[in-house]
Design a protein around this ligand. Structure first.
Ligand SMILES: Nc1ncnc2c1ncn2[C@@H]1O[C@H](COP(=O)(O)OP(=O)(O)OP(=O)(O)O)[C@@H](O)[C@H]1O
Ligand SMILES: [Mg+2]
Length: 172
């Protein structure tokens, strides 16, 4: 397959638990150098997914969205996790953050980079997982809470260390 075409997996996550199961699976598989770009509306579940990734990595510290700093760094798992939230930033501001320093592992220990509001990035790494979450209820299903359903789309561009999107076949 051409390196330029993404591999795509789409599914419906009916509950918070489904999102957490998926995030843990990611966290158990991903290796340093993996870049995860998250997009979706406010409350769609980006931070929830990063928390589950952290759990899958074995990070014991509480994971919260970086509100007053641009990046939270966690070192207590089997790989460092660098968690960005670009919500408050214009693209020019993102350039100042130097996010590639993190995915290239320059001056920092190589780790897994998860970026919320990645649509605000002025440029993207060639190798990445793009994850989009949307509020959704599937017709004909009983919804536990009005906001529990999510549609998810994962696109893999290039190589993502530790990850093979085909591992998601049959999950949900
Ligand atoms: N299927 C689901 N997946 C993810 N979160 C869910 C799901 N169902 C319910 N929720 C709830 O939705 C909320 C998602 O909030 P979260 O902070 O993860 O969103 P976010 O996308 O990071 O928002 P923001 O853009 O404000 O950072 C949480 O309270 C979570 O418990
Ligand atoms: Mg968030």
């Amino acid at each position: 397959m051409s390196q330029n075409l993404p591999q795509i997996w789409r599914s419906h996550l009916p509950s918070l638990e489904a999102t957490e199961t998926l995030g843990k699976k990611l966290g158990q598989a991903l290796q340093p150098g993996a870049v995860i770009l998250l997009s979706g509306d406010l409350g769609a579940g980006k931070t929830t997914l990063v928390k589950a990734i952290a759990q899958g990595l074995g990070i014991g510290d509480p994971v919260n969205s970086p509100t007053f700093v641009l990046v939270n760094e966690y070192f207590s798992g089997r790989s460092p996790l660098y968690h960005f939230d670009l919500y408050r930033l214009e693209p020019a501001g993102v350039a100042g953050v130097d996010p590639e320093m993190y995915w290239e592992g320059l001056e920092v220990e190589p780790g897994i980079v998860a970026i919320e509001w990645a649509e605000r990035m002025p440029y993207l790494p060639g190798d990445r997982l793009e994850i989009r979450l949307n509020f959704s209820a599937t017709s004909g299903t009983v919804i536990e809470s009005p906001l529990s359903g999510r549609d998810i789309c994962i696109q893999q561009f290039g190589t993502v260390p530790g990850w093979n999107i085909a591992d998601l076949n049959g999950l949900f």
